[in-house]
Design a protein around this ligand. Structure first.
Ligand SMILES: O=C(O)c1cccc(C(=O)CC[C@H]2O[C@@H](n3cnc4c(=O)[nH]cnc43)[C@H](O)[C@@H]2O)c1
Length: 208
């Protein structure tokens, strides 16, 4: 199986690079898997995948950290985001929001199109350009999309993979709750450690 691992930043997968002795670069080919570091956000992700994604891959695995709206998910928990929506794509209508499908311009939500079972909690995410940090906008987003998690890339990876009909999965570890900005409470170190412990095991299993 040819696997492409996609992450936004090198920091999020540094323990995996160290474990496999891989020198850091934006695109790395190894014997068992390839690795793409896209940069943060959906535009950087789409551009980067546009250059590197091809049908030679049997699976694209998007990994990273994420925020959680759902307090039943612990900080540091690794989850499988199976459904992801471009939450800001649409039009404001005074106090209301018109989504892209409601405008008649196609889909705004994409899914993991693989049945691989991982034993992780399956959750529903949104992808945003602007990380939530305001009580009012958080409430409006919950009413509109009922998300459990939030990242800045996930839906872009699912979108690109759907275009080429390549199976995709999105595995993220929760670094913070989505709440009025409180950066001191983020647990990025714990999230990165747990994500990479999972990733190293997954790569080892899938290359056997
Ligand atoms: O300092 C900040 O405000 C900040 C905001 C977002 C991300 C970061 C990072 O250092 C990591 C980049 C990476 O993290 C994902 N992420 C993590 N938590 C969230 C969130 O609550 N909402 C959206 N994205 C999140 C994201 O996918 C970035 O690529 C620092």
């Amino acid at each position: 199986m040819k696997l492409l691992v996609v992450a936004a930043t090198q920091a999020e997968i540094a323990p995996t690079l160290a474990h496999f002795g891989i020198a850091s670069n934006n695109f790395i080919e190894t014997e068992n898997f390839d690795l793409l570091i896209t940069g943060v956000g959906m535009v950087a992700t789409a551009f980067s995948l546009g250059k590197q994604l091809s049908n030679q891959y049997n699976l694209v695995l998007n990994v990273g950290i994420a925020g959680s709206f759902d307090r039943n998910i612990a900080l540091g928990e690794v989850v499988n985001i199976t459904h992801d929506t471009f939450a800001e794509l649409g039009a404001e209508d005074h106090d209301d929001f018109i989504t892209l499908p409601q405008l008649g311009f196609g889909e705004n939500a994409f899914s993991s199109n693989t049945e691989t079972t991982l034993g992780l909690k399956k959750v529903k995410g949104i992808t945003v350009n602007k990380v939530h940090g305001n009580a009012h906008s958080i409430e409006k987003t919950i009413q509109l999309h009922q998300p459990q998690t939030e990242s800045m890339e996930g839906a872009a990876v699912f979108y690109a993979c759907q275009q080429l009909n390549i199976p995709a999965m999105q595995i993220r570890s929760i670094s913070n709750y989505v709440e009025p900005r409180n950066r001191e409470s983020w647990q990025i170190g714990l999230a990165v450690k747990n994500l990479n412990d999972w990733l190293i095991e997954f790569i080892n299993k899938s290359s056997n």
